[in-house]
Design a protein around this ligand. Structure first.
Ligand SMILES: Nc1nc2c(c(=O)[nH]1)N[C@H]1C(S)=C(S)[C@@H](COP(=O)(O)OP(=O)(O)OC[C@H]3O[C@@H](n4cnc5c(=O)[nH]c(N)nc54)[C@H](O)[C@@H]3O)O[C@H]1N2
Ligand SMILES: Nc1nc2c(c(=O)[nH]1)N[C@H]1C(S)=C(S)[C@@H](COP(=O)(O)OP(=O)(O)OC[C@H]3O[C@@H](n4cnc5c(=O)[nH]c(N)nc54)[C@H](O)[C@@H]3O)O[C@H]1N2
Ligand SMILES: [Mo]
Length: 780
């Protein structure tokens, strides 16, 4: 099972397509994890590192934000968490010699996979205006250079400060303080592209923009609906929780255009018996059309209300609705003339399937809805998620054990970063507390989110970009527009662990500031430091790296922020940046005075059970509603779903099993049967035929928008079980097709799960003869 060397060419003509898998994890997952880890860091380091993963006194997995169970197994990690760790703990290095050897022009020709596989960044580097090479720069000079550039801008609003979701609470808190001290709220983050729609819908309807359930709730639920999420790849440890729920008698329903292996059957690698037999996870699989969920949830709501009308008191939790909610009548009346033809068109489901789901809801006393990007990245995502809330409110399924909303977060600390104030429009209560604590006046005008930041750079209104982690040019939509926007900046600065495209697509002057990763020891003047993170279920805990840093020249994210702040801010903000850098406990003290729920922060994370930390209060989970009406709000929303013109298909962009966002681990997508390539487009066999194509043929994907066409070249058509009219292809290769203006209403999230495309046969590629659909359309 040797892993292949990263290729630097763009030709994926060797793609092997086999039948998709019908279960997730099991023995192959364990072998894969060890294989990848051994290759990146050797056997001894692999053992030492993986056994610290997600343990008390260990470090938090830099992969996803799934919470840790109380009864941890000695190997509390998954295949993809192990890959995320190996990616960071790799022994490969990108040194100044590497940059002397490779010009920017040279690096621009390499694949994302190749760039990532070169190893950890080791020294601060600068690409001076006009040069084609990065050269070393000292830290002090780097901070001076950045500070001078920032001071020379006509307005602080001409600068953009991006954050990805791995940044610790401590670094994030100081980062937003630095940015606000400088004078702007331009704090776009990866969350803008991720769960922003969840935050918008939940904040407005239940008063808290976060999930309301704990792991125990999942274990105790009677019905768990998993919609628009592929946990087998992206949150593998969630499968153990679903397995436990099933053991306790829960029904699991998967709502997805694709029959994702992880949701069908799970072979738990931590159980010697189960690893062989496995657990059937989904009782029902609803193969919904892309973007059809809003219609589905409305229809289920309507059916529940009809049942109630037929037999009053049978479905609706009346005392809950009366005491705790507003807007029930408007919601009910809004559904009175629901158009079933439209529902069936939007969902692609049968009425019987929808009635089946309504029956599941009606019979369940404790229901949880889990979701991820399949629900958040559409034009009508906020509306869709309001309908999820409506459905749960009908039966009083919020603020009761075993029930609630569960948006499953992506990055390991994306939720914590937001709690710390990484947001372009924080509420005034936050600003007031910040101003008081640091004796300054923070800017109140809202800043740019991710899409607005790109537009501002494109239009010459922003000329400086600094990224605290992440890979901005690859993660964002409309690749050509975004690349040009970044290139037009006077300066781009990336605080990073690994080389990525955002270092190559650079502003006039560009800096790379290499930083410590989560797995590494962080020693400052007062000694070894811990940082803290918040998981998807609002649990905050400490994380302590153990490995020797990848290079002696690395600074922690906290140190980078502190040193830049000292250079840039002077005394604008009443903060002792040197003390912060020396001892992170002093940062936590200040956080405790600014952000509710963090009082006595230090004591809560450093007890004998430090790693367990504490759970932040969640008002809605206690049935306190911080909304405008003081109640949980039902909403009445006009039905919306994507309309696809004749001859076109609706494309979703998703993750393969071998990537973490823009970081490509390899070219395989094991569960979907793909080996050795990423330029594939999954199409229903009937759509392949209807479009005059055959399986195995190469096509260009062309998206159409008001301002013209966008093209992604040379994708292999793969016959696959997906909803009719809906195709799927990998992100980030297809970001070039997502128009900047195509985004969710209210939340502004790029609508990268519903892009209208046409498939254009390539003249240069031979059409495979006599090939018929390689995969059965059968649902399971
Ligand atoms: N290994 C690994 N783990 C990760 C990541 C990673 O890249 N690799 N990324 C992390 C991050 S930042 C995030 S946000 C999460 C992402 O986790 P996911 O949201 O699971 O990631 P995607 O691959 O985008 O998968 C979207 C899922 O939604 C389905 N879907 C698409 N459109 C629709 C729709 O209209 N309706 C419904 N019902 N379903 C739809 C797709 O078929 C797919 O199963 O994972 C996190 N964890
Ligand atoms: N078409 C399409 N586009 C999407 C999505 C989609 O589903 N479809 N998903 C969106 C989503 S959900 C998200 S969250 C975004 C992800 O957007 P980002 O968060 O910007 O992207 P990542 O790929 O996670 O960033 C990887 C880089 O982060 C750096 N890094 C890793 N660890 C650390 C660390 O500890 N500190 C620092 N400073 N740097 C570190 C490394 O240099 C690495 O190259 O992409 C979004 N874009
Ligand atoms: Mo995400």
């Amino acid at each position: 099972m040797a892993t292949k060397a990263p290729r630097d060419d763009f030709d994926d003509r060797d793609i092997v397509v086999e039948e998709r898998k019908h279960y997730a994890a099991g023995v192959p997952a364990v072998l894969k994890a060890l294989d990848y880890s051994n290759e990146q860091m050797g056997a001894v380091r692999t053992g030492r590192t993986l056994l610290r993963l997600n343990q008390k006194h260990g470090f938090d997995c830099p992969g996803c934000a799934w919470p840790d169970p109380k009864d941890r197994s000695p190997a509390e990690f998954c295949e993809n968490g192990a890959k995320a760790v190996a990616e960071e703990a790799t022994l490969r290095r990108v040194t100044p010699e590497f940059f002397a050897e490779h010009s920017l022009t040279d690096l621009a020709g390499k694949t994302d996979w190749w760039l990532g596989q070169q190893g950890r960044l080791t020294s601060p580097m600068i690409r001076r205006a006009g040069s084609d090479h990065y050269v070393p720069i000292g830290w002090d000079e780097a901070f001076r250079t950045i500070s001078e550039q920032l001071k020379s801008l006509p307005s602080p609003d001409d600068a953009v400060f991006y954050t990805s979701g791995r940044t610790s609470n401590e670094a994030a808190f100081l980062w937003q303080l630095l940015v606000r001290g400088y004078g702007t709220n331009n704090l776009p983050d990866c969350s803008n592209m991720c769960h922003e729609s969840s935050g918008s819908a939940l904040g407005e309807t239940i008063g808290v923009g976060k999930g309301s359930v704990s792991l125990e709730d999942i274990h105790e639920a009677e019905l768990v609906v998993v919609a628009g999420q592929n946990p087998g790849t992206n949150h593998p440890r969630m499968l153990s929780a679903l397995q436990k729920a099933k053991k306790n008698g829960a029904v699991v329903v998967s709502v997805n255009p694709l029959p994702e292996a992880g949701l069908m059957k799970f072979k738990n690698p931590q159980s010697p018996v189960n690893v062989l037999t496995g657990t059937e996870l989904s009782d029902d699989f609803l193969q919904v059309r892309v973007g059809g969920d809003m219609a589905l949830f409305q229809a289920v709501g309507k059916l529940l209300l009809d049942m109630e009308a037929a037999e009053p008191g049978s479905v609706v939790d009346r005392s809950f609705v009366e005491e705790h909610t507003s807007g029930f009548e408007e919601y009910r009346d809004g559904l009175a003339d629901l158009d079933w033809d439209e529902v069936l068109t939007a969902t692609g489901l049968t009425r019987a399937e929808i009635e089946g789901l309504a029956g599941r809801f009606a019979r369940s006393g404790r229901t949880i809805v889990c979701w991820a990007m399949g629900l958040t990245q559409h034009k009508h995502s906020v509306k869709t998620l309001r309908e999820v809330v409506n459905l749960l409110l009908i039966q009083g399924n919020i603020g009761r054990p075993g029930a609630g909303v569960c948006p499953v977060r992506g990055h390991s600390n994306v939720q914590g970063d937001r709690t710390m104030g990484i947001f372009e429009r924080m509420p005034s209560t936050f600003h007031d507390a910040l101003d008081t604590e640091f004796s300054f006046t923070s800017p109140r005008e809202h800043g740019y989110d991710t899409v607005k930041a790109i537009e501002a750079m494109r239009d010459g209104q922003a000329r400086f970009f600094m990224g605290m982690g992440g890979n901005f040019v690859r993660a964002t939509p409309d690749t050509d527009v975004t690349e040009a926007a970044l290139r037009s900046c006077a300066m781009t600065v990336q605080v990073s662990t690994k080389l990525n495209r955002s270092h190559v697509v650079a502003g006039e002057t560009a800096l790379i500031l290499p930083t410590l990763g989560r797995t590494e020891r962080d020693v400052q003047r007062s000694g070894e430091q811990v940082v803290t993170v918040e998981d998807s279920m609002s649990a905050v805990h400490a994380s302590k790296g153990r490995l020797k840093p990848a290079s002696e020249h690395l600074l922690s994210e906290v140190a980078i922020v502190c040193r830049l702040a000292r250079e840039l801010l002077g005394t604008t903000v009443a903060a002792d940046w040197q003390a912060f850098e020396d001892d992170y406990a002093t940062i936590r003290e200040r956080i405790g005075r600014v952000i509710p729920g963090f009082e006595d922060y230090e004591a809560k994370i450093t007890g004998p059970d430090g790693k367990d930390g504490f759970v932040l209060p969640h008002a809605a989970a206690q049935r306190r509603w911080n909304t405008k009406t003081g109640k949980a709000s039902f909403t009445s929303n006009e039905l919306e779903y994507p309309h696809v013109p004749e001859g076109r298909l609706l494309m979703q962009t998703l993750r393969s099993h071998d990537q973490f966002n823009t970081t490509i681990y390899g070219l395989d997508d094991r569960y979907r049967g793909i080996t050795d390539g990423r330029r594939v487009v999954f199409v229903h066999p009937d759509d392949i035929a209807a479009h005059g194509l055959v399986d195995g043929q190469h096509v260009d994907l062309v998206s159409e928008w008001t301002d013209g066409e966008r093209r992604a070249e040379n994708f292999r058509v793969v016959s696959y079980s997906t909803a009719r009219g809906c195709v799927a292809s990998y992100y980030p290769e297809t970001n070039v097709l997502v128009p900047l203006g195509h985004k969710a209403d209210i939340s502004g999230t790029p609508a990268s799960k519903s892009v209208v495309v046409r498939l254009e046969a390539r003249a240069d590629a031979p059409v495979p003869a006599g090939v018929v659909a390689a995969q059965p359309v059968a649902v399971r």
